[in-house]
Design a protein. Sequence first.
Length: 809
Amino acid sequence: MDVVSPELNSLLPDEIMDTEAIEEIPLSQSDVGAVQSEPTHDPSVPMETDAPVSSESLAICSKAASEDHVQTVATSAAAGSALGVVPGSQSSITVSTPSALFTIKPALATSTATTKTTDSVAGTTVSTSGTQKLTTPFAISAANHQIILNKLASSQATEAAKAAGTSPQVIKQEGQKLLVTAIGKTGQPIVLQLPHSASKPGVSPTSGDTKSPTPQFKVVTIGGRELKQVVGSAGNQVTTLQAQQLKTVQIPKKTPASSAAPIKFIITKTVSSRGLGAQTSVTPVIAGRVMTQTSPVMSPKTITLSEPHSTTIQSIPGKKIAISPLKTPSKVTVVSVASPPSNTSQKSVTLPVNVALGQQILAVQQSTPASPVKVATSQTAQNIKPVQSVTVGGVGGSQFKTIIPLATQPNVQQIQVPGSRFHYVRLVTATTASAAGQPSAPNTSSVPAGKPLVVNTGTVRMSVPVVQAQAMKQVAPKPLTSAPQVVTTTQTQQRLIMPATPLPQIQPNFTNLPPGTVLASAPGGSNVGYAVVPAQYVTQLQQSQFVTLASSSSFPASSSIQTQAKLPYNGVSAAEATSRPRKPCNCTKSQCLKLYCDCFANGEFCNNCNCNNCFNNLEHETERLKAIKTCLDRNPEAFKPKIGKGKEGESDRRHSKGCNCKRSGCLKNYCECYEAKIMCSSICKCVGCKNFEESPERKTLMHLADAAEVRVQQQTAAKTKLSSQISDLLMRTAPIMSSGGGRLPYTFVTKEVLEATCECLLEQAKRAEQTRQPQAEAERMILEEFGHCLMSVISSAGKAKADCASISC
DNA sequence: GAGTTTGAAACT
DNA sequence: CAGTTTCAAACTC
């Protein structure tokens, strides 16, 4: 069976069921009817969607400059797409290659849209106006949260989909079969990189079999809950969405013109609330780079795969997938590990991805077709790159593999950590690779080019830990000639691809990058390798440290690359988490390997903590992983955020288990609910709870807290203003001071002057008091008066100095 | 900063 | 599953 059965899906956590609807591939318009005729949605497998009626579009555009040809094909269908999309939801996938772009829309999509965007770094507008009709190589089964890329309507895929209760639509494409398990709602993207052909992108004007080479692309599932779709006007004006509302995935792709030049794809999915007019609308994406199409009636959820022409972000066709399932919120990113030879054709990589959420295990396995879930990508004839599979000891018996295409130039050394669900990859240049051993060679197996990879789900469930949907933000570091381009997302669990060779020029940029930053080499940087490092290890970005993996045969010490995974914790958004520094732990006995330790519980390494005998670091990775396994054995959801979404009608956030407070009244930070700033719910087992809506104690506390907050804000504002005034004052007095050609006589500030100044200030204070000015206003008045006094003093001093100079005193 | 209180996690 | 112990954070002085 090719897809996950409904039963299996039903076991999945809500998070992963909240996956965005995945679409069907748009065929030519002529195919629309066919799509409609095949409503295959399986009601038995309800999808959790953010909006009952929503549309999703996935657009993949190749490097397209502004004049990219974009082709969109909209298929209209009745509710309940043939793809198994949740009724009422609409999805579309748009893929644009340099020459063409095609859009796949769910059955509900009703209109063919032409969008146009202009691309610019700051505000790119992507316009797609295509006349070509495409046959999409995707078959997406929303019910299963899978995307199947099939070569022709593969019987396997079709049957599998049917077995899953959906009628998969398989789009013919050159031997590419890709099955992607969609990840849950919270925006955990799965990135799949497929073989990319240097030749024309496979867009066929007709719905028939497309002989186009298989494009290399990444598929990302996005939990667009927080995404908003911006509907453009008929003019296709693209507006920029807030970065946090967007998720962008960049897909490295080679430009047809130059094989050496890396191409970037950005997949952005936006979700809008509802109903659009029949008119085609354009959904602006981050920086206007992505455009989306919306179909009438349905509010669009849009996933856009676009290849920005911008050179800021580039990745080389590449070849690596790093998935760290540790935390619930996590992200999977496929990145290119090495830049291929300049004239090397695009390499294709088959990336079966299977993730088990329950165990938070991701298994990518090369296996026989018997596997329930099959992910296979067939390489395009010319472009398949050997794939190297790295197996890292899985936790809980699950396997976690990384498939790494064997790039011709750069070599990859796998570092296997027993029992680790992280894989470490060391990338070195060809020369260094030969000299350096491969620590984890035994577990490495190569896959013949074109050999399909099968993901064995077995008991493994959906994979990548899901995180609250968060904006994916694209970071465009300063243009680097040969330095890697950076793509970042705000996803909490991300990987940072580190250059195997020192790249000092990009180092400063690290400070601006969130965890998970992906660095890809520039077209010319063929010898630069990149390592994928688990997010936890990566950052403390503020430390601006990075690891050079190639230079050393041993794995780098963690101290230099520890990462703060900024996961939503206890309901706190990643942004909030990011904005405030994590508190260091003080563990003394737990070795920071138990959930007592907040660092460990949050999936982070200890860094700058006050703990003793800490094992929560890379040096003790084995122990750490063992501890993680133990925790997961005890509680499979141990690393999931405790604050989740409540039932319908309830507060959006509530504690997953509830608290058990006995004496604190749930009004102290001992209480996890209170600490998370949420009220206790029915599942709490607390005694004497006062943490409920109408609680007077709680209200009092809230008021006090609000008052304190206001006070702090006022003070901050006052400081800022004072600082500004002083600065302004200095600026204005500068000419006076400079005119005198020297320092003012400090003796001018005499005791009398000070006293007079104080009197003025006091007088001002009295005035404010008499007029009953608010505190903030009073402060402002006093500060203003102080400024006047200061000005007078300085002015007088300057005058005195000038007079003194005139009489030569 | 030391000591106490608290409740989650871990253990039995 | 319930009771107990351990643990580290929150809190108090």
